[in-house]
Write a protein that binds this ligand. Sequence first.
Ligand code: M6R
Length: 628
Amino acid sequence: MCGIVGYVGGQSALDVVVAGLKRLEYRGYDSSGVAVLADGGLAAGKKAGKLVNLEKELVGRPLPAGATGIGHTRWATHGGPTDANAHPHLDNAGRVAVVHNGIIENFAVLRDELAERGHELVSETDTEVVAHLLAESFSSCGDLAESMRLVCRRLEGAFTLVAVHADEPDVVVGARRNSPLVVGVGGGEAFLASDVAAFIAHTRSAIELGQDQVVELRRDEGGSGGVGGAAGVSVTVTDFHGAPAEVRSYRIDWDASAAEKGGYDYFMLKEIAEQPKAVADTLLGRIDSGGSLTLDEVRIPDSVLREVDKVVVVACGTAFHAGMIAKLAIEHWTRIPCETELASEFRYRDPILDSRTLVIAISQSGETMDTLMALRHAREQGAKVLAICNTNGSTISRESDAVLYTHAGPEVAVASTKAFLTQLVACYLVALYLAQVRGSKWGDEVRGVVRELSAISGEVERVLETMEPVRELARSLARKNTVLFLGRHVGYPVALEGALKLKELAYMHAEGFAAGELKHGPIALIEDDLPVVVVVPSPRGRSVLHDKIVSNMQEIRARGARTIVIAEEGDEAVVPYADHLIRIPATPTLLQPLVSTVPLQVFACELATARGNEVDQPRNLAKSVTVE
Ligand code: M6R
C-alpha cells in the first residue's frame, strides 16, 4: 500500500522518481506527488488521481532540475484522495518534505501538540505531523537522519517514511517499522523504494533494512561509501537510537524486463501467460536426480518436522485459497491435522499453538500486515513458522523460521495469478516433503507425485492455448450482474478464487460456494439465465464427488441456471448438463487447481476488459496490503 521512491545521484531526480513511481503504481493510485531539492530550496508537485495526472501537472508547472528527490503514489487511509491529502507533505516553511506508507496511530495527539505550538496543518492525513515534527527536530539538531530517529521514537503504528530537507541537498533519509523499504546502490547513485521494481532499471544491488531502522543516503564525492554504499554515495543505517545496524546486501535476480508489460496490454495478461514458466521455475532445484525432494532452504530440521502434530496455514485473499488447497494435500499425504485460517482472524481467536505446531504463512508480497501479525503471534506461542513467499528480503520471509520462495518473478497486476499457481506448487512441495520426511508416503509414491507435478507446467501451457472460447464467453456475459461459482474438494477453493477474481476486476456480484452447500440456502439465488461456473472434480479421483457435482448441475439447471462447466478431457458425464464446456487436461485429483484456475483468470480479465474496467489497477485496491 502506497509506493515510495527516494533518489540521490547524478541524474534528474524528477525523471528517476517518476519512472520509479510508474513501477510502483500497483501499490496505490489514489494520488501521487514528488519533491525535488534544487537551487537551495525544495519544490513539490502533487495531484489526486493516477500518476498520469501528476505528469500533466508537471508539464504545465515544471519543477526546477535537481539530483535529490522523493516521490509517492498513494492508497488512501486517512483523508480522501484529494490534492491536499496527496504526499509529499511539507512543514509550514516548505523546507522539509516527507512521504509515508502505513498508519501513524498516535497522529491525533501529535497533531494537537503541534497545533498548540503554532503549526498549521492543512491536510486530513496522519502523515503531515511527521513533516512538522521533522522540521522542529531539524531546527535544533541540524541533521535530517538524527531528526528522523528522534521523530520515529515518538511514532506509534506502522510506517515507512522517506524525507528530504532543503538544508541538506545531498541527503535522503528513510525509516521503517513494519512496512517495506529497500535500498538500491550502484553507479554513484542510491535509491530508496517500497519495492526493488522502482530501481531495477538502474541497479541490481540492494540492501535489506531491518525493523526500526533509519537509513541515510548521502551524495559523497570521493567518500568511503559507508555501509553498503558505492563510490560517490554513502549509505548509513542505524537503529532508532543511532546505534549502527548490520545490513545484508543482496543481488536482485530478475532484470528490468521482468517488470515490463512485454507487448501485452496489461500486466495481468502477461502474468497469466508466464504461468507455465513460473510453475516450472518454482520446482527448479528442489528435486534431486533420483526424483525425491530436497528443500535445503527449509532450515527447520527434519527431526522437528517429524515431531509436528498440527499444521496451521495463515494467509489472505488469493494466498488463503492456496492455503485451503494446501490443507487438503497436507492431510491427505501426511495425515497431520491441518487448519487453514484467514490471517486477519487468526490471532484474535487465541489459537492453540505450541512447539509442535508448524505454521505456514503464504504471501506473494511478504508484506501483508495481517499475515505478518499472524506469524508473529504464532512465533510468540512457540510455533515454528515456514513462509511461502515470492519476495526476497520481505518482512514475512525475514521474520519466519524458514522460507520456501516461489519463483514467480515480479507480479505487478493487483489481481494475483502466477503467484497463486506458484503458491500451490510450493504448498504441494511442503506437503510432499513432510510426507517424505515422516514416511507417511513411500518414496516411490512421493516420486510419482513429483513426476506428475513436473509435467504440470506443460499442461498449463496447453490450457492457455485453448482460451479463445473462454474470452468470447466472457465478452458475451459483460452485461450480467451476477456470476456464481461452485466446486467441491479442491474445486471449492478454485470456485472462491474465480469469484474473487471477478469481484476485484469486473466489480460484479460473484460468489463461490461449496456445491453441497447450495441446497442449504444459496440455491434460492438461481434464476433464469444466471451464469453458474461449475468446477468439476476428476471422475478418476473420488467418483462419489464427481457424481454429486453432476447432480448439483442438474439441480441448478432445472431452476434455469446457465452452466459454465470446467471439466477434464474425457469426462463425458457432464456434457448433457453443460451450456458451455471448458475442457482442462486430466491431472491427479489434488493437482487439478493448477489447471482449473487458469480459465477463471482469463474469464475475469476478459470480462473486466469488456466492461471497460482497469485490469491492472482495479478500483479501491492495492497490491500489497500493509495495514491491518
Ligand atoms: O501479498 P499477499 O499474497 O500476502 O496478498 C494477499 C492478498 O492481498 C492478495 O492475494 C489479494 O487477495 C489479491 N489481490 C487477489 O487477487
